[in-house]
Design a protein around this ligand. Structure first.
Ligand SMILES: Cc1cc2nc3c(=O)[nH]c(=O)nc-3n(C[C@H](O)[C@H](O)[C@H](O)COP(=O)(O)O)c2cc1C
Length: 216
């Protein structure tokens, strides 16, 4: 994601500095210190918007308790970690996936992928990760969390949510899961726009994905 602010800064430099050096008329009218001051203000604005406003907005550390669903379930225990994002969408999708699992007798534990989320997942039969897509990538909190895990061959379901393009984020998350020793068995892509006429309801997609997970 770092590439985006760096590209914006490069663009400002190209649009400000090069024309100043190449355009003789402009050079007469404008001193180099004014040109550099303006360039600096633009670069500072990009940095402030990106690192002080935008990144904290989509990268907040949402700490939550581990919630147990269907504590009597005997089919197996699934662990679901999701990044809430700015809306309730990821949580809704995670809950729908849990409903699908519970229908088949799974016991589920669900929490947010935060700095406080459990990292020892040995006792689970299945792990599911639910992440919104930001700039074609999974949420930074989710990738950071996966980086802390040793999945030791565990089956992992990846649910990637987004407005329009979720494939790249899902593939990227699957690669990170493999790097952590996990075995991605299913990748589910859900779109926030669904619910509109003709589109599949994302909660139905997530619930069916949960119901389709083979029992351990
Ligand atoms: C800054 C930002 C970048 C996003 N980038 C993408 C994207 O690249 N592809 C996509 O399909 N959706 C993208 N989305 C939409 C979110 O993935 C979608 O709204 C989401 O899955 C629910 O997350 P939210 O609760 O944070 O909105 C983006 C949303 C935001 C706020």
């Amino acid at each position: 994601m770092l590439v985006i602010p760096l590209l914006a800064i490069a663009l400002v430099l190209i649009m400000n500095v090069i024309p100043w050096y190449t355009n003789k008329q402009r050079r007469r009218k404008e001193t180099s210190s004014r040109m550099w001051m303006r360039t600096l203000v633009f670069v500072a604005l990009i940095a402030i918007v990106w690192w002080a406003l935008f990144m904290p907005w989509i990268n907040k550390d949402w700490v939550s308790d581990v919630e147990v669903v269907n504590s009597e379930g005997t089919a197996g225990t699934a662990y679901i970690a999701y990044y809430p994002g700015r809306s309730t969408f990821a949580k809704d999708v995670a809950d729908a996936f849990v409903t699908g699992l519970v229908d088949n007798g799974w016991r589920c534990e669900i929490t947010t992928a935060s700095s406080q989320a459990p990292t020892n997942l040995d006792r689970y039969d299945l792990v599911a990760l639910v992440s919104p897509t930001y700039m074609l990538q999974p949420a930074g909190r989710v990738t950071r969390y996966v980086g802390k895990l040793d999945l030791g061959g565990k089956d992992v379901v990846i649910i990637s949510s987004g407005l329009f393009s979720t494939k790249q984020a899902a593939t990227s998350l699957a690669e990170r899961v493999r790097a952590a020793g996990g075995n991605p068995i299913q990748t589910v892509e859900v779109k926030t726009g669904a619910g509109m006429a003709g589109m599949v309801n994302p909660r139905d997609v997530a619930r069916e994905a949960g119901a389709a997970v083979p029992l351990p």
